[in-house]
Design a protein around this ligand. Sequence first.
Ligand SMILES: Cc1cc2nc3c(=O)[nH]c(=O)nc-3n(C[C@H](O)[C@H](O)[C@H](O)COP(=O)(O)O)c2cc1C
Length: 207
Amino acid sequence: MGEFELINERRAINFFDNTKKIDKELLSKVIKLANTAPSSMNLQPWELIVVESMEYKEILKKYAFGQPKVTEASAVFIVVADPEGLENNIEKTIESYIELGYMKSEQAEHNRKNAFGLYKDKYSETRKFFAIKNTSFFAMNLMISARVYGLETHPMDGFNEEKIKIKFKIDEHKKIPLIIAIGYPKPGLQLLPRAYRKPEEEFVKYF
Ligand SMILES: Cc1cc2nc3c(=O)[nH]c(=O)nc-3n(C[C@H](O)[C@H](O)[C@H](O)COP(=O)(O)O)c2cc1C
């Protein structure tokens, strides 16, 4: 598959082959590739919960307003955005920057100050946006990476975030920007043509 098809033929797949599982190694490849997503100061404020068992997919389906793809897909990703990704990851990213020659150790404190200055207190609105913004790039990368390895996906916003957080033991300060069903399309599945997309002149401005 060429780069063009990889993106242009990605669709939100409503019907999955419910007889297929995804091999653990394959799933791990998808996740590793997606994890190359860019993030501010390389802070990677995301976590991923992979729901594979029918027992937990059934629970998730209930919290996702009964959407059948939740149980039909081989797995469902709960994509988690962590506002405390800054505190949790900054030292490792600075260490790696120093080791790889991006910065000198004398610059580390300046980097820390910049990061905390920009992203404020860990319970601030700014911090929530920071976490969700960066995690969304990771989520998009998950959907493209899935296609690289012959899998399809469906992003979902229709779910009860609070109930999912309680059941899957996700800290109350974290956010779930979306969940993503992943698997193989149902054999013989015919997709409707891609729906309306805004014409470029409606949303692009050049200065
Ligand atoms: C953040 C997000 C949330 C979505 N939530 C749902 C959902 O809960 N249920 C659903 O059936 N589709 C959901 N969709 C899928 C969209 O409806 C779909 O991507 C859109 O109609 C365009 O179709 P396409 O992806 O096939 O081009 C969601 C998509 C995104 C990006």
